[in-house]
Design a protein around this ligand. Structure first.
Ligand code: ZN
Length: 318
């Protein structure tokens, strides 16, 4: 009998649930509000209820569900399957695995959201068939997931993959982590918008004054302005891709991945991002370490989290 797996991607506003087959193919999915303010007990009960609802929706008897994985935003004790503290959801010290295993009778594994997105891409996205990859998620922050020989790397305190906090500029802008000049302060959507606003405030001529006045300053309008050869927009993108290229050059001599997979909202800019990124990487990387290394756009989009969460329990069996 074929097994299937359920993955849940829990975010501040919604929980996405997906059911996948043994090859990581998404069979069905469901999206529900998180309602974190109602507390963890209610939240976990709803997750269990929606997981059963999803299995039923996709015509799978519960006995066929072989595991449930959850991607969570925040600090976790992955070994124990516990939440320490989450970002944007007020849950603390929650024994997720114990509670859900009791409710559902299947193995439950948790991991952080950037790691599960990486695992999703590795299993059935852009990294399919590639054992060593680093995933970089460019959104409001810069997230990462490191996969070596097909397995997620966690490190001694679970911080492996927190690549957004590699320092790029001494005395640079203050980062959310408390340090200065992290990659995230330059290359995340938030970081790029900060650089644009600084340029505009300094009186630079730019097509971006208008979207700024209309409250439409975002990475989409930034890349559109760059397309029009707007000098400020080109400079901001150049600074971001330069920082990312240097970051990837560093990673190439640490674990030498065969591919970097770049996803997140900013990656929707497509070649307008990837062309300068590949150039920056080629410029900064040690030639021997960069040979044959691919820089690929993520393929699974918003589904990566739930597919990767489901993969957490698949890998556990081997
Ligand atoms: Zn930082």
């Amino acid at each position: 009998m074929d097994k299937c797996y359920i993955g849940i991607d829990l975010g501040g506003t919604s929980m996405k649930l997906g059911i996948v087959d043994e090859n990581g193919k998404l069979l069905d999915k469901l999206e529900k509000p998180t309602r974190g303010e109602e507390g963890a007990e209610t939240g976990l009960a709803r997750m269990a209820e929606h997981a059963r609802e999803l299995a039923e929706m996709s015509g799978q008897p519960w006995s066929r569900v072989a595991g449930l994985g959850i991607g969570l935003p925040g600090f976790l004790d992955i070994e124990r399957g516990e939440i320490i503290r989450l970002t944007n959801i007020p849950w603390e010290r929650v024994p997720v695995r114990t509670v859900l295993e009791a409710k559902l009778g299947v193995p439950v594994v948790i991991d952080n959201d950037a790691n599960v997105a990486a695992l999703g891409e590795a299993w059935s996205g852009a990294g399919t068939g590639i054992g060593d990859i680093v995933c970089i998620t460019l959104g409001t922050g810069v997230g990462g997931g490191v996969i070596v020989d097909g397995r997620l790397v966690h490190g001694v305190s679970g911080m492996a993959g927190e690549i957004g906090h590699i320092c790029m500029e001494e005395n640079g802008a203050l980062c959310g982590c408390g340090k200065r000049g992290c990659v995230e302060t330059i290359a995340s959507a938030t970081g790029m918008m900060r650089l644009v606003k600084e340029g505009l405030a300094a009186g630079r001529q730019s097509l971006l004054h208008q979207p700024a006045q209309q409250g439409e300053l975002n990475t989409r309008t930034l890349f559109a302005a760059a397309e029009q050869q707007d000098v400020l927009a080109l400079e901001v993108i150049d600074r971001a891709t330069d920082a990312l290229g240097r970051l990837m050059a560093i990673l190439s001599v640490v674990n030498n991945p065969a591919a970097f997979i770049v996803g997140g909202g900013v990656s929707r800019a497509g070649e307008r991002l990837f062309t300068p990124l590949r150039q920056s990487y080629a410029q900064h990387a040690l030639a021997a370490a960069a040979r044959g290394v691919q820089i690929l756009p993520a393929q699974l989009g918003n589904d990566a989290g739930m597919i990767g969460a489901a993969a957490l329990t698949v890998r556990r069996e081997h």
